[in-house]
Ligand binder design. Sequence first.
Ligand SMILES: [Zn+2]
Length: 325
Amino acid sequence: MGTDQPRTSAGESIVGAAADLPDDALVLGLDVGGTTIKGEVTDAGGTALAVGTVATPHGPAAFDAMGELGERLLSELPEADRRRVRRAAVVLPGLVDTARSVAVFSSNVGWRDVHVGDRFAERWGVPTLIEHDVAVAGWAEWRYGAGQGYENVCVVILGTGISGTLSVGGRLVRSGYGQVGEYGHVPVRRVGGLPCPCGNTGCVETVASGAAIARAYTRRTGREIGGAAQVFALMSTDPDAAAVVEDAVDALADGLVGIVHAACPELIVLGGGVAGAGAALTEPLHRALSDRLRLVPAPRVVLGEFGARAGLAGAALFARRGALT
Ligand SMILES: [Zn+2]
């Protein structure tokens, strides 16, 4: 770490600071989504002392909204508690370059190459880390949620899109080039598949994301449906719904089978909105993987424990630990 790193008045490095905080410390976590920014100040037990949500403005203005929300939450604390806040973490969507502290790209929120730098640390007066939201959510599920105690875990977040994390040998796999865990963009329907927003054809996401499941049901039946959860709910009585889910599970299994061969995870943890389907998803996915695997054992498939809170809970845990270790 260079000597030109920004520092707090206490002399602590703002960008690095990868060490556990003492138990009496509080942390500020922000989870930035496409529609809302959620924030919390929490203690070591995970109890929230201040909570807030604001709408996500489009474009780089979102960073001003993050700064304001953090400031508001800190100002709501009694002075004695305010002094106990020792670190913050902001988890961002899209592509994030943590080494250069740059929010590289978010198609949802509409920013490109925003230099985050020490803007939050200066405004809030505490060291502030930034990270990729899915990396943090997956790490939290692995280390503190459904994957606790396992060394080799694949976390798949199924929502509007599909991505996740991979932990091998007790370490979260990271890459200096691009982002690890873009499971949604493994092509599985190259012939006759649907176009994917990424530019490829027949990606996992075009069949197995929440939006894709709802669209497939409407294409097949001509009937509008509120979302993937309703398709899952109809499965036992509606053969079209069952067929759509089966197709989604097949695509997901096709996409994951290469990762299972490559990394032999003991456990696959499913998070995100679509995972709300529960056993209607985990059991057929485990069967579909078992059908496809000959050499390596089929991993267990379980639901995440943090649900939709994985990003925010993960931000607090990340701020407390100081690193995704
Ligand atoms: Zn794609």
